[in-house]
Write a protein that binds this ligand. Structure first.
Ligand code: C2E
Ligand code: MG
Ligand code: MG
Length: 641
């Protein structure tokens, strides 16, 4: 209860002790009230504070909750992204044709995708460090290149790492891969991680290699071809330029290889070449290389020889090796070769010149009887230049009217009459004067010019014969020399028939002289053509019998009508050599075979007497007459000597 001062005064208590008590109580009450009020306020304040704190906490909690929610969302999202990334990664890894790899450079751990391992045919994790990779997987020859390529990328010279190299495959052998990659670097510029891919490029590489092989190696023998030889030789010469070493090129040509091809067929010839190639390769395996130049021409290249003697020693070995029998399809072939050698720097200071000179030396070896080797010398070069000039002039002979035919009488021993002529070719050159057929016919044969020249001879000889007949000289036989190069022409029989038809000469007054070289080339084919001509009535004589193979077996197979004994045998008659007996036997044998015998190069009375005694049918030689120009030949027949 609360009392005011006016209440106390009215009641008369004032200033009695009650008043004091009352005042005291009042004060107490007031104090009490004040106190209570104060506490209340404190409590309220405290409550308010607490409330504020709670509010703050609540807000914070709410904020945290929001944050958590956001975090959760983010986590959820990143998890989703990771899941998606994983899926993409998986798809890429599986869908890609390439193997993928990651290399932690710091720890040297290398991880390769399944496809990558499959590519190599290795179990996963078989090689899990780059170091092992280098040692066990990379082809040792490619390793330095791979390391260098990595360094180029790490040093910033190449923005990417890219290299093709061989890796060992579990199936054995090596596969080619293309490895691409890129590294990430730390703040010091050091590479820390690298990732990339492998692509299997074996098929492409093998195709490339096959093409390269085809471009540089001979398909039949597997030997280097001329392109590779030239490249290798050039490189080798550049190395030996300032040394005391010699480099040699040996040009080899198998003797009579064409005969083997023609007789046994090309497949035999091919096998023979393969076998020879192998043996020659083995011979120089440590010191040089063997290349196929073309056909039956093989070149040995011997770089860095100590001396010319060493080159000669190899040439000797090579010749001996080739002489060893070569077995093809169960048959032993005994072959020989001719070789020409040019040595650097003596015989040329570049590969082209050396090859040219070795070829020239080989040609010289061939023409000087085959089965030998010769070193190049300058005279060979001069001979070739001369030959080239001769060839250029020879091409124009027919057109320029520089060819002449001389006629040498053939004398019948029984009737003592001239019954025929042999047409012998002369070249009246404004540059060289009168050129012997012995000098230009081999060249004409080599260049094929003999075909045109030979046709001209045939026509002229037939015209001459008809002209004699027209002037009332009676019927004479004209013998025309035919080169084997003419005979092997497809239309040879036709050409002869046409000339006979054109000139009107009866075939039996034309005699074709062939040499034993027809036995060397396309024997069956040639025999067939000769038989065809024979059936038309044309006579065939085998010229120079005894100077070549003189095989009686072949003689029987040839459709010939006459045999011309070579001058060599007739010369021996004068000397009184035991070949006299042979000449007699040849005449006898020829008669037994129904052949007419002509002795050529008869110069002496002694020879004449002997041949008469042996019943030789015809003689031809200076004793009767030298070959005569057309007018004299005409007169000679009229006077009948
Ligand atoms: P061949 O057919 O054996 O001709 C005989 C050669 O011996 C001729 O040389 C002739 O002049 C020569 N001769 C003839 N009698 C004697 C003699 O008593 N003593 C000496 N020492 N020699 C004599 P030629 O005219 O120089 O002809 C050489 C070779 O050239 C011929 O040898 C023949 O193989 C070839 N030949 C000539 N003309 C032609 C032709 O038109 N075509 C072809 N493909 N070859 C021809
Ligand atoms: Mg002749
Ligand atoms: Mg002859």
């Amino acid at each position: 209860m609360a009392l005011s001062f006016s209440d106390i005064a009215v009641s008369g208590l004032w200033p009695s002790s009650y008043v004091y008590v009352a005042i005291g109580m009042l004060i107490s009450i007031v104090i009490y009230l004040l106190k209570n009020n104060y506490q209340y306020k404190r409590t309220v304040q405290s409550l308010q504070q607490q409330n504020e704190e709670y509010m703050t906490v609540h807000e914070e909690l709410a904020a945290q909750e929001e944050e958590l929610r956001q975090n959760f969302n983010e986590l959820y999202l990143s998890d989703e992204t990771i899941r998606q990334n994983d899926e993409i990664h998986q798809l890429l890894t599986e869908g890609s044709n390439d193997g993928l790899w990651i290399w932690d450079i710091v720890t040297d751990v290398k991880t390769v995708s399944e496809r990558g391992w499959n590519m190599l045919g290795l179990p996963e994790q078989a090689v899990n460090t780059k170091e092992k990779w280098k040692q066990e997987i990379v082809h040792p020859e490619d390793l330095p290149r791979m390391v260098a390529e990595l360094e180029r990328h790490f040093s910033g010279q190449d923005p990417f790492y890219q290299i093709e190299y061989r890796v060992k495959s579990a199936q054995g052998g090596y596969r080619w891969i293309l490895s691409r990659g890129k590294a990430s670097f730390d703040s010091y510029g050091q590479p820390v991680r690298m990732a990339g891919s492998y692509t299997d490029i074996s098929d492409r590489k093998y195709k490339e290699e096959r093409i390269k092989h085809m471009a540089y190696y001979d398909a039949l023998t597997g030997l280097a071809n001329r392109e590779l030889l030239i490249e290798v030789a050039k490189e080798a010469l550049s190395v030996t330029t300032n040394s005391n070493k010699r480099s040699a090129l040996i040009f080899i040509d198998i003797d009579n290889f064409k005969l083997i091809n023609d007789t046994y067929g090309h497949s035999w010839g091919d096998k023979l070449l393969v076998s020879i190639s192998k043996r020659l390769s083995a011979l120089v395996v440590d010191v040089g290389m063997v290349a196929r130049w073309g056909g039956d021409e093989i070149v040995l290249f011997l770089p860095a020889m100590d001396s010319i003697e060493e080159v000669t020693a190899y040439a000797d070995k090579m010749m001996q090796e080739l002489e060893e029998p070569t077995n093809v399809n169960g048959h032993d072939f005994h072959i020989t070769a001719s070789a020409g050698m040019a040595v650097y720097p003596e015989h040329g200071d570049n590969v082209e010149e050396l090859l040219r000179n070795a070829d020239m030396a080989m040609y010289a070896a061939k023409t000087s009887g085959k089965h030998i080797y010769r070193f190049f010398d300058k005279s060979m070069h001069d001979a070739v230049v001369e030959k080239m000039l001769l060839e250029a002039r020879l091409r124009q002979t027919v057109d320029n009217g520089e060819l002449r035919l001389y006629y040498q009488p053939q004398y019948n021993m029984k009737t003592a009459q001239i019954e025929g002529f042999e047409a012998l070719l002369r070249w009246e050159s404004p540059d060289y004067g009168m050129v012997s057929p012995l000098k230009f016919i081999p060249l004409a044969e080599e260049t094929g010019l003999i075909v045109g020249i030979g046709n001209w001879v045939l026509r002229e000889a037939c015209i001459f014969n008809q002209a004699l007949y027209a002037r009332g000289q009676g019927r004479l036989c004209t013998a025309v020399n035919i080169s084997v190069v003419q005979l092997i022409q497809k239309d040879f029989v036709q050409v002869v028939a046409e000339v006979l038809a054109e000139t009107g000469l009866p075939p039996e007054y034309l005699e074709l002289e062939i040499t034993e070289s027809v036995l060397m080339e396309r024997f069956e084919d040639n025999v067939r053509k000769l038989e065809e001509l024979r059936s038309k009535g044309v006579r065939i004589a085998l010229d120079d019998f005894g100077s070549g193979y003189s095989s009686l077996t072949y003689l029987k197979k040839l459709p010939i009508t006459a045999l011309k004994i070579d001058k060599g045998f007739i010369d021996d008659i004068a000397i009184g050599d035991n070949k006299i007996a042979i000449t007699g036997s040849i005449i006898e044998l020829a008669h037994e075979m129904g052949l007419v015998v002509v002795a050529e190069g008869v110069e002496t009375e002694g020879q004449f007497a002997y041949l008469k005694q042996k019943s030789c049918d015809y003689i031809q030689g200076y004793l009767i007459s030298r070959p005569l120009p057309i007018l004299l030949a005409d007169r000679c027949r009229r006077k009948n000597l």
